[in-house]
Design a protein around this ligand. Structure first.
Ligand code: ADP
Length: 496
């Protein structure tokens, strides 16, 4: 069944003014169209921004706990539709059904969490230095947010952006990834069903130019972007040039360190999950594995064997462990990186080819791929590949492992497997990443803590979490002094 999608502007489902459309495909059966979506123009973006601006004064004055009630209702609706939505995520994006259901669960968790934040959103009340005067800080919404999302978490990432934005009192225009318009549409349909007032949330489908129109629009106050590093840099520059608040979450070159003393079977399981879960298409995917010398040969042999056992196919089948690559462009990009790795002189230990056997022949599948003899300067060791490709390195000491791990422009996620408390403490202190896992893989962040990274991984406040995370992005501080002395009192001025 092909979904015919529309934009959602000012509480109405409408076509683009352009009448142009694009399609999303099922990456496991590339001849299957999942949805037809409007390719939106500047005019569509402008109408959506105007609707969001008009809705802002009303929405931002609704008490936050009441705004939270809509998110509670949404969480219940998402829970009821979880299976159907999960299946759509698999059809449109390719990840296996248990992961797709996890994607939706993340949206459910975020809805409950942010609904609860409606009863907190706390600032600070502090004593004034003067009598009969009070002093406090309060969080206020930023205004209209443009949210631009990628395809790899087609329900979770829109949820990460929309729900904190809404609970804080902002209104929103969402431009979802062109690969997954149907998943984003379902989320907006459910928000409508949950009772979101007209204009508070708007949806415009389209490609990068639609996203860029949003970033440049003078009626937008804040931008929240997740996507590739190159686009992220451009979004940052454009947002800064027009004085917008922004947060970008972009690339990673995440690492798992395996010390010789570790539970090595556990480390192999973590490496398989980190490198090949979601076919390596996570910003936190493990694309480098650094193994201490005494365990190296054993680890490489076991990892290679385990990767060879992964069953590829349609993510809706219960036997499938690894799904396809999301699109033709991404598939070609990953294969090009594999060619680059070979040209650079790394040893292709396993995989490296498209999988065209059996049920894989109709989709964009790539075998789980392992490179050894990788030099830190090679492109496959430095650039984000975003596919099922992992590079292995051998080191002698934990210091060497940490130095290698930090030798990247990115800083999203890092993991260490060890039973040595000193090694784990060193890693915890010295790894320069936003997320660190001890005896767990590089993926699996929980929504109640901030998510994001250091260096070129992104700029601005982190996503998820509450204070110290998303609420810092979607609110600004206002400080209020109230003097009820009835006299002119002067702070910081010495009395004569
Ligand atoms: P990916 O390569 O993972 O698709 P992109 O950064 O190209 O990552 O895309 C992530 C999101 O950013 C998508 O919704 C895409 O349409 C949007 N996008 C692409 N180019 C731009 C741009 N110049 N300005 C704003 N958004 C963009």
């Amino acid at each position: 069944m092909v979904e015919r999608l529309k934009n959602f502007i000012n509480g109405r489902w409408v076509d683009s003014r352009s009448d142009r459309t694009f399609i999303s495909l099922n990456p496991a059966y590339k001849s299957e169209t999942v949805a037809v979506a409007p390719d939106s123009t500047m005019t569509d973006v402008d109408e959506a921004v105007k609707a969001a601006r008009a809705a802002f004064p009303v929405w931002s004055h609704i008490p936050a706990p009441r705004r939270g009630e809509i998110l509670f209702k949404l969480a219940e609706l998402l829970t009821r539709r979880k299976t159907a939505l999960g299946k759509l995520v698999t059809r449109e994006m390719g990840k296996v059904l248990p992961e797709a259901l996890g994607d939706v669960q993340e949206a459910i968790d975020m809805a409950y969490y942010m609904a609860g934040e409606g009863r907190r959103l706390s600032g600070e009340s502090v004593p004034s230095e003067l009598p009969n005067k009070d002093a406090k800080s309060v969080r206020v919404p930023i205004g209209v947010f443009g949210c631009i999302t990628p395809w790899n978490f087609p329900t979770a990432i829109p949820a990460w952006k929309l729900f904190p934005a809404l609970i804080a009192g902002n209104t929103v225009v969402l431009k979802p990834a062109e690969e997954t318009p149907a998943c984003a549409t379902k989320m907006i349909e459910l928000l409508e069903e949950a009772g979101i007032p007209s204009g508070v949330v708007n949806l415009v489908h389209g490609f990068g130019k639609t996203g860029e129109a949003l970033v440049k629009h003078p009626g937008i106050d804040g931008i929240s972007f997740t996507g590739s590093a190159a686009t992220g840099r451009r979004v940052e520059a454009l947002a800064a040039a027009t004085h917008k608040t922004f947060s970008t979450e972009t690339g990673g070159k995440n690492v798992i360190i395996v010390m010789a003393d570790a539970d090595l079977d556990l480390a192999v399981d973590g490496a398989i999950w980190g490198a090949f879960g979601t076919s390596g298409q996570r910003c936190t995917a493990a694309s480098r594995i650094v193994v201490q010398a005494p365990a190296y040969d054993w680890f490489v042999a076991r990892l290679t064997k385990a990767a060879g056992r992964l069953r590829l196919g349609d993510g809706l089948k219960s036997s499938t462990q690894m799904g396809p690559i999301v699109s033709k462009a991404q598939y070609e990009r990953v294969l090009e990186y594999i060619a680059v790795g070979k040209r650079e002189g790394a040893t292709l230990l396993r995989g490296g080819r498209p999988c065209t056997q059996g049920e894989c022949k109709q989709g964009w599948f790539i075998e789980p791929t392992i490179f050894t003899d990788v030099k830190p300067g090679m492109r496959i060791a430095r650039e984000e590949i975003f596919g099922p490709v992992v590079c292995l390195f051998k080191v002698e000491t934990v210091d060497e492992a940490i130095a290698l791990a930090n030798d990247t422009v990115y800083g999203l996620s890092a993991a260490i497997y060890t039973k040595d408390v000193n090694a784990s403490a060193r890693a915890e202190r010295d790894l320069d990443t936003g997320l660190i896992y001890i005896n767990a893989s590089t993926i699996g962040a929980e929504i109640q803590l901030p998510f994001g990274g250091t260096k070129a991984t992104g700029s601005g406040p982190r996503e998820a979490g509450g204070r110290g995370g998303a609420l810092d992005l979607y609110t600004k501080w206002k400080v209020i002094y109230r003097d009820f002395s009835g006299a002119l009192q002067r702070a910081q001025i010495d009395k004569e």
